[in-house]
Every structure is written in structure tokens, then in C-alpha cells.
Design a protein around this ligand. Sequence first.
Ligand code: GTP
Ligand code: MG
Length: 574
Amino acid sequence: MAASFGVCRLHFRALGGLDKFCLGLEPQTQVRFTSTTSALKAQTEKKTAKAAKESRTFQAIQEERKEEAERSVLISCPPKINEKKFIDYLSKHGTINKHFFYNSYGANAVVEFSSRESIASLKESINIPAVEHEAAVPFKSRLLSLKWPGSQSSNHPMPKFKEQSPPSINEITQLLSERDTMDEQLQCLTETLQLTEENISLRFLVCSLLRDIAGAYFPECIIRPFGSSVNSFGKLGCDVDMILDLDGIYATSQKKGSGLSLEYQVKRGASERAVTQSILSVIGKCVDQFGPGCVGVQSILQARCPLVRFAHQPSGFQCDLTANNRVAMKSSELLFLYGKLDPRVRPLVFSVRCWARAHSITSSIPGAWITNFSLTVMVVFFLQQRNPPILPTLDRLKELAGPSDKCVIEGNDCTIVSDLSKITLQQNTDTLEKLLQEFFEFYGNFPFNKASINIRKGKEQTKPETTALYIQNPFETTLNISKNVNATQLERFVALCRESAWLLQQKEILKQSSDSPWGFAALLLPSVTSGAGVKSRRKRKLEPASSRIKNLLDSLKIKGGETVAKKGSANARR
Ligand code: GTP
Ligand code: MG
């Protein structure tokens, strides 16, 4: 009774008031009451801290993770490590906030100290190794190797190694088949594939290690991750997209006045692009020749967005370093914001991305495929079309922005609201199952031949050019983010959407059965349209549930010069 009264009071009054109230009670009751109160106080504080963490802006999260990475080291360890001895040894240099172990070309540990001084102290105690028959580049990075003299006893418990790779499609199928509903399957898929806290920390640490190399030329530079490492749609195993951010160098502390002033003498390049290319070319060479653990360095400087690509062996990440690419960072923030607005957005994006990968709609090799970025924008657009809409338009996010959100990059207005609490959403109770099914129907019927996808307006627009797929770049509005996609790839996407929509209409596919994949897991099986069919694999004849879907399927069989884009327009729109 006292406890429930306490809860009530806690709910309506400040904790201090409740403590005062306790003073008038019998001592025994007071002890019990006070301990309940402190437990509740701790619980409330925990909840408040969690809510504060949840409501942090994208920039605040990035800043915090960057700062944590700067206080961290990455250590290659012997296979049988005594965790306690290891932590005790490192703790001589300062308090350790957290640490974890993982495997990539052997055992590795990430150790985060609570202060940067610990890193300085640790570095002072470390030697450059003497290598036989070769010579070492004397670069003191935060990538270290632990030497453990003598053989270690194996009596101590082994540390837990954190998984950094995604499960295989077979494992996913198995896992999903054990769920009870399709909504549970899509949630489970997201939880299984999403980046873990440790994996995100490792991504920021790799950026920070690389910054130490680039910092030799540009001490004020920052290397920031962008894309799926930070937009909340990243899957374990995805690449690390990085930006070399030189904005801090341009920032000036001196106000321009009429009096004397100094400026730096600088070397000039023919264009911004030429300067970016020359900076990336030098940093690429430096990464190649001095960067410990960086292998397979390629400078792809003629690309639309020049980049340096390499593999970072100690983390197992494939990395793409770009420069002067602030719009891409803003796109990451935008997707992050959309992912936070409604709990159905991330499971839907993860499902569509996983489905597309399973059917080779997307690929890790550059080409005429639809990219994960485009697919995510397509999901956002679809969710803007719901009745009532699940996601607001980009124009609405701009309207809600405050003065501090103002952002113009190279003439493009990239302003979006950063405070999520300003956004009011309408009540929409669609299940994930319904949304996935209707996503497939929506794009199985979309008039790709004449309409473009536009999340700024939240409406399809007339296509300004004749490319197969036109998805307006959210911030550089004259550009198409899917210019690379050809008619064949779009045709495959539409065909698979139609087939999946039809499959989901079949009651059988939604029934749980222990011996065959069902629900979303069945959608990952090889497609009817690409040879060995789902139908034959499942040894079950499923008739189309509605004549509309049957017509859609029939239309897939149409042969001839006509493209799916044209066929799509011939079908009745939703
Ligand atoms: P993954 O496939 O998981 O790596 O997804 P991703 O979102 O990281 O995609 P990717 O590595 O291909 O690109 C990284 C980021 O660059 C994206 O998230 C976008 O912000 C941006 N980006 C990718 N492609 C385009 C494009 O065609 N145009 C523009 N403007 N930005 C792009
Ligand atoms: Mg990426």
C-alpha cells in the first residue's frame, strides 16, 4: 500500500516532497518506505536518462561516439586471453569505461578509457617493434599488438567474443520460421541484422584511427562515418562510408574588418573537384604506405564522387573515404530521422533490403542495380502515401526547422528539423505485414515510365528525363539517385514485387509450418520468375487470390519489346 501510494505521489509530485512525507512515519515503515522511494528514484532517473538518450539529435549522437572513439584503442590479442589480467594491465593507465573482444584475422579487443590522458600514458609505455629482415614505418597509431610472454594457462574463462558478421540467409530463414506472426518475423529480422553497439563503436574507432593519419596533413580535420553506419539502417557487414571533413580549417576566428589582417598563402587548384582529388590522392598514398592494417588501397578519383577504397583488416571493414561530401552526411541524418519517427520504418526497410539482396536486386558490386539508398527512399515515399501518412514530407520537415537547423550546402537548401518532438504524426495502425504486402503491390504497379519518386513533396511527379527509374535526390533536387538503374534491373524489381505481393496474398504462406519456410522467410526463397520457382520448391500449387494479382502475374509472362515500365502503366493504379 505504501509502495503504491509512493508510486502515485512520485507520479504527481517531485521526489523531494515524498522524502519529506516519509519523515512523519513510524521508523520501521520509514525504512521500508525510504528504500522503496530510493528504488523508485533510481528507476525514474534511469528512465529519464534513457529518455534523454533517446531524444538526442543526430549531431549529438555522432559527436558523442566520435569522442568515445578518440579515447579508445584497438589491440590485436593472443587467442587464449586472460581477460582479467589484460584489463588490470591496461587499467594502470587510467579507468576503462568499456571493452569488448571480437574476431577478425585473430582475436582483437576494443578498449575505451574514460580520458584521453590514459591514451597518452599508454602510448608512452609502448615500443615500435624491431622487425627482422624488414624495416618498420615508425608511425605510432592506436592500433596495438599485445605480447604475452610464455604460454598462458587455459584455466581461466575465455572472454565472450562479439559477433560482427550477419547470419547467412539459411540461418535467417530458420530463425524466422520459428516466429508466430509475420510482424514478429520482421522485428526479429531487424534485431538480427542491425548493427550492434559494439559494431558501431568499432566503425567510429576506424574513422578515428584514419583521422590520425590524415591529421598529419590537416590537424583540424575530422573523419566522420556516414551512410548505413549511422543512418540506423545498417546491416552487420555493411561497408564504412567516411567523409574527410575539412570544415574546421575554413572556420575563422577573426572577423573581417577594415584594419590589417593576415591570411594563409595557399596552393590553388583548378576546381573544388580538382582540390578534393589531390587531397584524396595524397591521403590514399599515406593510408597505403603508413596505415597499419589498411590493405588493397585503391584511389578511385575519377568517380562522380572521388574516393579512396581500402580494407581495414583489424576490423574486417571495407572502407570508402570521400571528401567534400556534406550533402551525403545530411542524407544520412534525414534517413536517421525517418527511422526514428515510427517504429515500423526500420523493420520495413530491413525487410525490403534483405529481400532485395536475397534476389540479387541489390549487389555489393557497382553496376546498373538499385542501391540500398534508393530502396530506403522508396520505402519512405511509400510510407508518405499511406492513408493517413506514416511519414511526413521533406518539405514539412523543413517547415518545422528552427533557426539553428538552417543548412545550405553548395547552394542546396538542406534544412530539416532536428528536434523530433516538433513533429506531430497522424494515427495509422497498419501492421508490418500489411505494409510489406502493400509495398510490393504499390511498386508492382507504379507507373515508372512517366512518374518520378519525390519524398520532398511526398507525391509522384512527372519524370524529367527518360531514365528507367527516377528518384529525386532529396537535397540536390536536380539529380536522380537511381540514374544508374537500367530497364532490365527495374523490370526484375517490378516482377519480384508482383510475385511477392501475390505470394503474400496466399493464406498458405502466412501459416506457420514447422517443415517449410513461411511468411517473410518464404519470400527469400528463389523466385518463380528467375528459374527454380517458389511454387515448385514448396510443392504446393497456390492459386492467385484475386483476379487483380492473377492479371499482374500473367502480365509478367508477356514477351516482346515492351518494358515493364510500360506494362506497369497499363495496369490499373491502386
Ligand atoms: P549500404 O548498401 O548498406 O552500404 O547502404 P548505404 O546507405 O551506406 O549506401 P552506400 O554505401 O551506397 O552510400 C552511402 C551513402 O551515400 C548513402 O547512404 C547516401 O547518403 C549517399 N549516396 C549513395 N548513393 C547516392 C546517390 O546516388 N546520390 C546521392 N546524392 N547520394 C548517394
Ligand atoms: Mg554504405
